[in-house]
Design a protein around this ligand. Structure first.
Ligand SMILES: [Zn+2]
Length: 96
């Protein structure tokens, strides 16, 4: 048991009986005709019906990263934690 880490759950919006727990799963999305996978993406997963709901703020950040207009946030809601990665898919991974 860990008291230091509160077990955060929210009631499931699908089955009403389950509890959705925070988990990190792989997020899949299509960008044009390219499949983008984002590992360790925060989401809520129901322990009863298995419904998955991706974390809203994480989705927003992802949208910023994937958007060609990244860097032009519509609101002042801008987290400094977000490392701006505007690298194109054709670019090779960073080398020292
Ligand atoms: Zn459920």
């Amino acid at each position: 048991m860990s008291d230091s880490e509160p077990f955060e759950t929210i009631p499931c919006s699908e089955c009403q009986a389950g509890k959705m727990r925070r988990q990190y799963i792989t997020y899949l999305t299509w960008l044009g005709d390219e499949l983008v996978t984002v590992p360790d993406f925060p989401a809520w997963v129901c322990d009863i019906c298995g419904k998955r709901e991706y974390d809203g703020s994480a989705l927003n950040r992802l949208a910023l990263i994937l958007s060609p207009n990244a860097g032009k946030p519509p609101t002042k809601f801008r987290k400094a934690h977000l490392r701006r990665e505007s690298r194109k898919a054709s670019q090779p991974p960073r080398t020292e």
